[in-house]
Design a protein around this ligand. Sequence first.
Ligand SMILES: [Zn+2]
Length: 412
Amino acid sequence: MIPEQATQAWIATMGPEAIARSNSYFEGGYFLMLAGWAVTVVSCILLIWLKLLPRVRDGIEGRIKNGFVQGAILVIVATIALSILSFPLDLYAGFYREHQFGLATQTLPAWLSEFAIGFGINLIISALFISGLYQIVKRAPNTWWIWGAGVTGAFMALMIAIAPVFIAPLFNTYTPMEPGPLRDDIIAMAQANGVPANDVYVFDESRQSNRVTANVSGLFGTTRIALADNLLERVSPEGVRMVMAHEIGHYVLRHVVSILVFTLFVVAIVFALLGTAMTRLIGDGRWGIRSVGDPAGLPLVIAVAATLFTLATPLFNNITRFHEHQADIFGINASREPAGFAETALLLSEYRKMQPGPLEKWLFYTHPSGYDRIHMAMTWQAHEMEAGRYPQGPLGPPEGYRPDFVVVDGGE
Ligand SMILES: [Zn+2]
């Protein structure tokens, strides 16, 4: 069997129903992205029209002299107003739709309480970060976009570093993986590739969803590799080894730092465009906004920034996909598990369309498609078998293989 045929044979194990469901879930995501942008822009226009922030600013500036505190209050008001307006879409996309596709495991009260925690964190972070950016705009009206991108980088690095310690535990419990052959194997693989790991963490993703997932998080001293309990539950040891080898790849190749650097280039460009657009739109004080550095103009900033960042989404996706592809190559060579790779690529199709067109992939994919991943695994296996470095075996799924998909029964 040639790799192309073997790839199609793996994909065929999904069956037409699962393929249709996967396509429909992922393609729906394109419209949700558009809907999210539209809701943000319309909500911002409403706030601008109501002059909500200029009114609050006029009300507080007599009493509060500190510009940073003034800015933070305005950010909090805008964030609360926009969150209320976008809540119906968040509820649909985050809760109802996830249940409809059998991906979520949470009850509505549990979902709402996590949503509230996320909202609270977002409120604090936004107030500090955005009000801080406004201070930079005031002090450096022409070059703020460079300083702003620098501060964004430092802030993001700080957030990445503290996330595993302070934020992730608010949503999930992380425990060291149970001792056993698979754990020993993962640690041996990590150490063989220069990762100073003595522990692998398991987190209770099953609290929220059925998703098969793993990640590398943290920065500086807090870096760690973690896998979801669902992964251990639903994937063979070969598949787990491949996923962990992929995560080890992210670590070894320093992807957290690399993605951050790439991202900041795009952020700097978006900030520069945002500054130009704001100067033109506000003119000499339109809609009660005094200048670009006036935090009362935040809804306008958010509307323009949401538009620019939505347009830049393919750039961010390509930056991520480039790194994910590297981690895949690293993973297959470190784990030597082509069938495990195909197995997990199939399970990931529960939330990612298998075979996109080239433009679709360029626009929307943060990871290689399932097709690309299985094709890579089969090509690797074919060459390794030919060279005598891999046991001869079926190139393609074993006889009668069926992926362990979540059963969706009528949208329960
Ligand atoms: Zn990855």
